[in-house]
Each structure stands twice: as structure tokens, then as C-alpha cells.
Design a protein around this ligand. Structure first.
Ligand SMILES: Nc1ncnc2c1ncn2[C@@H]1O[C@H](COP(=O)(O)OP(=O)(O)OP(=O)(O)O)[C@@H](O)[C@H]1O
Length: 311
């Protein structure tokens, strides 16, 4: 069978428990070869656990997982040379120097990329002799990404690849992921950053409490309610919204989406905006950061999970 006849990753009904905690609760996802999939969810949603089962680091309690057509646990020896893994939080030896670590990993690969080139591309040239423990969090992340890529994997797992990075380093990583995609490499990444998912992913899977709550391309997820807009403002938490609901036309959804963040969703017209600001004035409430916008991926995420994203 040609390797392109099956998806790069196929997960169905995945269940994983830690004692009484159900970390993953019947999760399904399909990652097509040559595409980028972003797994998006609040803290503790089960993203890392899912990725670690796919990598063969954890054993599932139920469900089916196929990675490049293989069982990650049973066929780990065949799978490992074909995948690259960037774990959450780096994972380097404290005393090892950046270039030593990358060269060591490169020696394990049949046809590695040039470590010096990767060091340069990832902006680590000035820190090659720095011990891992003295690298900044963002530098450790970049080194970890280099280690995941040096073996020219067909499929890469990136667990929060830009966590702790400054905007410039983040941009670098985005460019690298786009270049990987252009080269036909398949990528499964986890992220809390909407702009990251929107910029990089062909397919976004939103996960909450171990289950998929929505999935699609970023455009599909946001265009579902293309005519709807969202009015959003911040004010003191716990405002009583009954009077506001009564004053607004039917069909608008009004709620405190997360502590101190209020949303009015639906057909927002100038009259609705005026009603909301008048109500705020009556309540003696200064509505801060008031915006009216089309629904973004972040709005979809908050609506589905009831949680703000971690910044
Ligand atoms: N080794 C473990 N032992 C016990 N419980 C665990 C372990 N790893 C994760 N969990 C729990 O399983 C659930 C899912 O965790 P997981 O790390 O997979 O979520 P996540 O979506 O990756 O979260 P984050 O964004 O914070 O990394 C959480 O409730 C977490 O506390």
C-alpha cells in the first residue's frame, strides 16, 4: 500500500485515563498527508495526551490510533525514524550545549539536515555553545524544534511550538512551519494562539474536556454564521443582564462569556449598539474595549469552551 493511501494520522474513539481523571474521552481526528492540523483547546483539554498517544509515548485505554498507517505502540521502531517530536517544555539535558544536542540527534537519522543550517535558520547561532539550562525559554523551544526537524521527518508533532517566544521568534517558527508544509511535510501542532491556528492550519480541531467540540478550516469555523456580528465589551464581573436582554430585539444572544467579558451576538445594527451603551450608562458601567466585529476563531472558541484563551 502506498503511504499516501491513508491519512497521516487517524484517531477514532480515543480514550485515555489517569486514575480517575478522564483526559481524553472518545476523541476522533483525521490528519491528511501534507497538511497542517492545529489542535486547539483550553488548559487540560487533553491535547498533549492525544499527541503523546500518537507519538507512542502513552498507551491508550480505548479507541484506535494509526500514524502513517502504523500502530504507534506496537510499531514504534518503524515509526520513530519517520516522525519528529517537539515536546511541550523543551526536554533537553541541562548541561548539553545547543549544537552538541542537535548534532547528537542528527547522527541517529539516516539522511539528516545540516545542523549548522538549522541553527542559523532558527536564529540560534549566537548560542550554540550555551548549555541548555542557560538558554532562554524561547531559545530552548527553538532548539527543541530544530531537534524535531533535523531527521527530515514526514510527520512532525509540535506541542505548543511558540510558547514563551517573543513575536520575532514566533514569526520565524511560523515561516518554518509554512516551509515544511510547502515541502509536503505533515504537521500536527497544539496551540492556544488563534492567530497561529489561523495562519498555519489547514484544519483546526477544537477540543474541550477530552472531546472534539468543533472542527473545520479556520474559514469554515468562522463563516458558519457569516452574517452575524459580535459586540464585545469588558466591565466589572457579574452584571445583571436581564434588563439588557429585555431591551434588545429577539434572537440576540447576550451573556458574560468569561469573567468581566460580555458578548452580544447576532444581527448587530446601530440601534443594538445604542441600546447596549444606553443600558451601560443606566447601570453606571463604563464599557471598556468595546468592539463590534465579525466572529473570529477566538469567538468561536470562547463560545464553545466558555473559556478565554491563555495569552
Ligand atoms: N501524567 C499525568 N497524570 C495525571 N493526570 C494527568 C497527567 N497528564 C495529564 N493529566 C491530566 O489530564 C488532563 C488532560 O491533560 P493534557 O496535558 O493532555 O491537556 P492539554 O490540553 O495538553 O493541557 P495544556 O494546554 O495545559 O498542556 C488534565 O486534567 C491533566 O491534569
Amino acid at each position: 500500500m502506498s503511504p499516501h493511501q491513508h491519512p497521516a494520522v487517524e484517531v477514532s474513539g480515543l480514550v485515555k485515563r489517569y486514575g480517575s481523571t478522564v483526559a481524553v474521552n472518545g476523541l476522533d481526528l483525521t490528519l491528511e498527508t501534507g497538511t497542517v492540523l492545529a489542535l486547539l483547546g483550553p488548559n487540560g483539554a487533553g491535547k498533549t495526551t492525544t499527541v503523546e498517544v500518537c507519538e507512542g509515548f502513552r498507551t491508550a485505554d480505548g479507541g484506535e490510533v494509526r500514524v502513517l498507517g502504523l500502530d504507534p505502540k506496537r510499531d514504534g521502531d518503524k515509526l520513530r525514524p519517520r516522525i519528529g517530536v517537539m515536546p511541550q517544555g523543551g526536554g533537553g539535558y541541562p548541561g548539553v550545549r545547543a549544537d552538541e544536542m542537535l548534532r547528537l540527534i542528527a547522527t541517529c537519522a539516516a539522511n539528516p539536515l545540516d545542523p549548522a543550517w538549522l541553527i542559523d535558520v532558527l536564529g540560534l547561532s549566537s548560542s550554540v555553545r550555551t548549555p541548555y539550562k542557560r538558554l532562554s525559554g524561547g531559545q530552548q523551544q527553538r532548539l527543541s524544534l530544530a531537534c524535531a526537524l533535523v531527521g527530515r521527518p514526514e510527520l512532525v508533532f509540535l506541542d505548543e511550538p511558540t510558547a514563551g517566544m517573543d513575536p520575532q521568534a514566533r514569526r520565524l517558527v511560523w515561516e518554518l512551519v509554512s516551509a515544511l508544509r510547502a515541502d509536503g511535510v505533515t504537521v500536527l501542532l497544539t496551540t492556544h494562539l488563534m492567530d497561529e491556528a489561523e495562519a498555519l492550519a489547514d484544519h483546526v480541531v477544537i477540543v474541550d474536556a477530552g472531546r472534539v467540540v468543533a472542527q473545520g478550516s479556520p474559514a469554515e469555523l468562522t463563516e458558519h454564521h457569516a452574517d452575524d456580528r459580535q459586540l464585545r465589551f469588558r466591565a466589572r464581573p457579574g452584571l445583571e443582564l436581564t434588563l439588557l436582554r429585555d431591551a434588545l430585539p429577539e434572537g440576540l444572544n447576550v451573556r458574560e462569556a468569561s469573567r468581566g467579558t460580555y458578548l452580544v451576538q447576532g444581527q448587530i445594527d446601530p440601534q443594538v449598539l445604542s441600546t447596549v451603551t444606553s443600558w451601560c450608562a443606566q447601570q453606571g458601567v463604563l464599557a471598556e474595549e468595546l468592539t463590534v466585529a465579525r466572529r473570529s476563531l477566538e469567538d468561536v472558541f470562547i463560545e464553545l469552551t466558555g473559556r478565554e484563551l491563555r495569552s
